[in-house]
Design a protein around this ligand. Structure first.
Ligand code: SF4
Length: 421
């Protein structure tokens, strides 16, 4: 359990509504003429029941409800449009109060009431000895989703029989745009506009829950949408505390993954602040500094050796692993030699590897290798003993797949391509 600490001296009024801890709500309730326990009720109304209109918080005294309403308590984000893919994935365009837009994606799993779809990649998991420990998807292309693992986690605890509803993973954004400039990613190409505050991050999850189908439940949250979460560390950390709070949404830390392009000091800080309990995914994408720097400019600041050293220091709990994301870009990082290089680079780290055939974006002429090449790359990793999965493309028809989230109207005019490195 992550403590919901409130830094001394934090003025609760200055914290976004949706990101206040119960302790901060206690202080606010007192300021507004209520009792401290009313503050805890407010937290529970918002985070557990999803009620953000104070006039609907009927367990509060009428005077306090009205006082809260005059404070302007309301959602800081709203759903502008929802696009549903043929595979059930939903991309929600989120609007903030300043008209900024980000996107969040609901990705239903294929286990549960609707049955499990066969995956050609399951065999590779078994061959690699993948066991359930640290997955971040609902049905997931990774090993951490063993049947029954985490049942009852990642959603409001009801104490009832095993839940047959379909598990949904939500991918959330942390910034409007992104400053990291990865060449295969629409958010990076669009550039950085601003950080989201913690309320806007939590608000995406509250909104996402409202858009679940009746036979679905929120299971996992992945910080893999628009933006680099660790570039917006404070808001990301606060949102993690709120989402995992036992009186709120109560997501298990095992069901949350923060993905980073490799900001070394913040990786270490995340490990320290959350004792390694938050799932960590690293966008690696290359095994040499030269190639990685060309794909991901952040590598010039934190080269691969520094990144690997930080991963070794990340205080992972037993049986959990770091996820390595490797986007396969045709002609750039997809050769057997690179697969072998990856096996050497990761040899002593507790990792699982997700291979992502690059999703095409308007801003780039780069693309994925043919599936035969992807499978060959995977086989080298599996033969070396790694758990290695090929991420299925989800929501591609609504531009919701990995790397396709972009600022609306911010598509660059010039297509960016990369020469042979
Ligand atoms: S891949 Fe992630 S870090 Fe890189 S530009 Fe896209 S959103 Fe930013």
């Amino acid at each position: 359990m992550i403590p919901s600490t409130t830094p001394a001296g934090t003025d609760p009024s200055a914290v976004p509504f949706l990101a206040r801890t119960p302790e901060e709500w206690e202080r606010e309730a007192r300021r507004l003429g209520g009792k401290p326990f009313h503050g805890r009720q407010i937290f529970r109304s918002i985070q557990y029941r999803g009620v953000t209109n104070p006039l609907e918080m009927l367990d509060l005294p009428k005077a306090l409800r009205e006082r809260l309403a005059t404070e302007g308590l309301r959602d800081s984000v709203e759903a502008l449009t929802v696009r549903r893919s043929t595979d059930g994935t939903r991309k929600i365009l989120i609007g903030a109060r300043d008209q900024a837009n980000v996107e969040t994606v609901l990705i239903p799993g294929v286990t549960g009431a609707r049955g499990r779809l066969p995956s050609p990649y399951d065999a590779a998991d078994a061959a690699a000895g993948g066991g359930g420990d640290d997955g971040y998807g609902p049905d997931d292309d990774g090993p951490g989703d063993g049947a029954g693992e985490g049942e009852g986690e990642g959603e409001v605890q009801t104490g009832t029989a095993p839940d047959a509803r379909i598990r949904v993973s939500q991918c959330i954004s942390t910034q409007v745009g992104c400053a990291m400039g990865c060449v295969f990613c629409a958010s990076g190409v669009a550039g950085f506009k601003r950080h989201l505050d913690a309320g806007e991050i939590v608000g995406q999850v509250l909104l996402g829950r409202r858009h679940l189908d009746d036979d679905e439940r929120l299971s996992n949250v992945v910080y893999m949408g628009m933006g680099e979460p660790l570039h917006n560390y404070d808001a990301t950390a606060r949102s993690l505390r709120i989402l995992t709070h036992q009186d709120g949404i109560c997501l298990s830390t095992r069901r949350i993954t923060v993905s980073t392009s490799g900001l070394v000091p913040e990786i270490l800080k995340l490990g320290e602040d959350f004792q390694g309990n938050i799932g960590l995914a690293i966008s690696l994408h290359a095994v040499s500094d030269e190639r990685r720097s060309a794909l991901m400019p952040i590598n010039r600041k934190y080269p691969i050796a520094e990144l690997m050293s930080a991963l070794r220091k990340y205080p992972l709990p037993k049986r959990r692993r770091i996820t390595i994301e490797y986007t396969l870009v045709s002609g750039q990082n997809d050769t057997p030699a690179e697969a072998k290089g990856l096996t050497k680079l990761l040899a002593t780290l507790p990792v699982k590897i997700n291979l992502i055939p690059m999703n095409p974006i308007d801003a780039s002429t780069l693309g994925p290798p043919p599936m035969a090449g992807v499978l060959k790359f995977q086989k080298i990793l599996v033969d070396a003993g790694f758990s290695c999965f090929i991420r299925r493309q989800r929501g591609e028809d609504v531009d919701a797949a990995c790397g396709q989230l972009a600022l609306l109207g911010a598509k660059p005019k010039v297509k960016r391509s990369l020469g042979v490195i």
